[in-house]
Write a protein that binds this ligand. Structure first.
Ligand code: THG
Length: 542
């Protein structure tokens, strides 16, 4: 489905139309798919007549949690929804999107549902939709980025259909659950959705500043699906007051900014879509300026790697008896305390390594990530030599993480790179392989090139690759070669990272050695430095 450089029109407020046709408060709209198919089909047809290129199935609440009070099984509700959409689109090129809204229950720790339960709830609905022949998967009105991540994982595990996702924002520029625009954009683009955007809550006028912000953080086609203005209470009912004329005039502004997928939400009848299409179709699509940046995020905090960024190294049991003991005892609070300490010292990202002989590392990693993300909004860097532990960490992580790390060995690349692609993570490539670490910069760059090539063949974007030229103990290896390699990689346009403290392992005056090395590494173009943020003087260098 080509979405770039052309206008695509979605439908309008389906619920609004159902209410107009007699849906009562407390009735399940999804039951109309079975009980009143002619009404569902007539609404679809009205939007198709108005010019919709893609229609959304009447399945907003079609998940096993919300439909548990229905007299029909979920499979029948979804199957009939798709059938109605198919009947309406017969003889046209209009595509059918499986529409899914929030599950209606919160994920831990805000609610009782586990992340994996959320994945399974979405999987069940999506697989029914796909079996019945939908063309794409459409998640909408989301306010929890974690739930949306679960939904996208579910879609990717059920099918390879295009995924569209829109979240609903308040005028504060946040979702109700606190997700920011950059975080939505960075996570969704990382995970490989085909189009993303904003729907509901606001009218086209109030949504404009939010969409202007979104443009700064994504190269993907953007969807705008506003309500017909802000709701006004009339006789105890929410009504929407902007006319199709006003709505469509405001939508022109979006087209001029390079937005190219349009629809409506609450209160937008087919006339809103018709008028919008009439006015926008006479314009030429505007190509947005292509942006290139490396970013990771939690739901409320996006870190863009555009100057040297300090990554806190302290959640790592190597050589630290206290932390080893805490990990053995599954004392997750101590791990979180190390996170707080580093956040207070202004670390921007936290490395998380819980590797210790004789423990269930994947389990501890999962628990550590869950506890850290609840307490601290710094993006996480999941550090392990075991691909299973990496997957456990990046899957459960509520955001876009960094994988630490992959190396130049073929079997390691084959295991880690599919994970980076699936979960949309950044990945650190260590410049070492079967033959160890090359002494010379050129040898390390050669391994970096191999890793980059492999990343490309897995469809991993250049921006998501970070090369580690390997800082080694000064006593045994020349720091010049490491610095030279950093410089060569950064001139190739790739991000670089080093574990700064490695250079002083086992030496006296560690702090001084680290300071000196960090300064030189920054001069050579270093993008990220794994450091001890409790060293004030070191932090002063950034
Ligand atoms: N590259 C990448 N990842 C890495 C490294 C790297 N991860 C691990 C390591 N190297 C970076 N992290 C550390 C963490 C701790 C120390 C050094 C590097 C360290 N710790 C002190 C010790 O062992 O003596 C303990 C200090 C303390 O008590 O806080 O030196 O190169 N990609």
């Amino acid at each position: 489905m080509e979405l770039f450089n052309k206008f695509t029109f979605l439908d309008g407020g389906f619920g609004t139309m159902l209410v107009a046709k007699g849906l009562k408060a407390g009735e399940l709209p999804e039951e109309y798919n079975i009980e009143k198919p002619e009404i569902v089909q007539s609404i679809h047809k009205a939007y198709i007549d108005a010019g919709s290129d893609i229609i959304l199935t009447n399945t907003f609440g079609a998940n096993k949690k919300k439909m548990s009070r229905s007299k029909y099984p979920l499979s029948e509700l979804i199957k009939n929804a798709v059938l109605n959409a198919k009947k309406a689109t017969e003889g046209t090129n209009v595509k059918i999107a499986l529409d899914l809204g929030p599950i209606g229950e919160l994920i831990e720790p805000m609610g009782m549902m586990t992340f994996e339960e959320a994945v399974d709830v979405f999987k069940e609905s999506i697989s029914i939709g796909v079996e019945n022949g939908v063309d794409l998967i459409y998640f909408e009105t989301m306010s929890d980025l974690y739930e949306l991540k679960a939904a996208i994982i579910a879609a990717k595990e059920c099918c390879d259909k295009p995924i569209f996702s829109t979240m609903t924002f308040e005028q504060s520029m946040r979702t109700f659950m606190g997700c920011s625009i950059p975080s939505m954009a960075v996570l969704l683009e990382g995970m490989g959705v085909s189009a993303l955007g904003i729907n509901c809550s606001l009218g086209p006028k109030e949504m404009l500043p939010i969409v202007k912000e979104l443009i700064n953080y994504t190269n993907l086609p953007i969807i705008v699906k506003p309500n017909a203005g802000l709701p006004e209470m009339v006789d105890g009912k929410a009504t929407y007051s902007i006319t199709p004329e006003e709505f469509s005039d405001l939508m022109i502004e979006y087209a001029k900014l390079g937005i190219n997928i349009f629809g409506g939400c609450c209160g937008t009848s087919p006339d809103y879509i018709r008028k919008t299409k009439e006015k926008i179709s006479s314009l030429s699509p505007v190509l947005r300026e292509k942006k290139s940046f490396t970013a990771v995020c939690s739901p409320s905090n996006t870190v863009i790697i555009d100057k040297t960024i300090p990554v806190g190294e302290k959640i790592n049991p190597t050589g630290k008896e206290d932390l080893q003991k805490a990990i053995m005892e599954e004392d997750i609070d101590s791990i979180v305390d190390l996170g707080y300490d580093q956040m207070d010292c202004d670390a921007k990202i936290l490395d998380v390594n819980v590797g210790l002989y004789g423990i269930d590392e994947a389990y501890i990693m999962e628990e550590a990530v869950k506890a850290l993300q609840t307490a601290i909004n710094l993006p996480l860097q999941i550090d392990s030599s075991d691909p299973k532990v990496i997957e456990a960490g990046i899957r459960i992580y509520n955001g876009k993480p960094i994988i630490n790390s992959v190396n130049g060995k073929k079997e390691n690349l084959d295991k880690i790179l599919p994970l980076a692609k699936k979960y949309g993570a950044c990945v650190i490539g260590l410049t070492m392989d079967e033959n160890g670490i090359p002494e010379k910069a050129e040898g390390r760059v050669k391994i970096a090139e191999k890793i980059i090539e492999e990343c490309k063949s897995h469809g991993i974007a250049k921006e998501n690759i970070i090369i580690d030229c390997l800082a080694l103990c000064k006593a045994v290896s020349s720091e010049q070669e490491t610095l030279k390699a950093v410089n060569m990689i950064s001139k190739m346009g790739y991000k670089t990272i080093l574990g700064i403290s490695n250079v002083s392992f086992g030496l006296p005056n560690r702090s001084e050695i680290n300071h000196d090395f960090l300064k030189k590494a920054i001069e050579h173009g270093l993008s990220m430095a794994i450091i001890n943020p409790e060293d004030d003087e070191l932090m002063g260098i950034f």
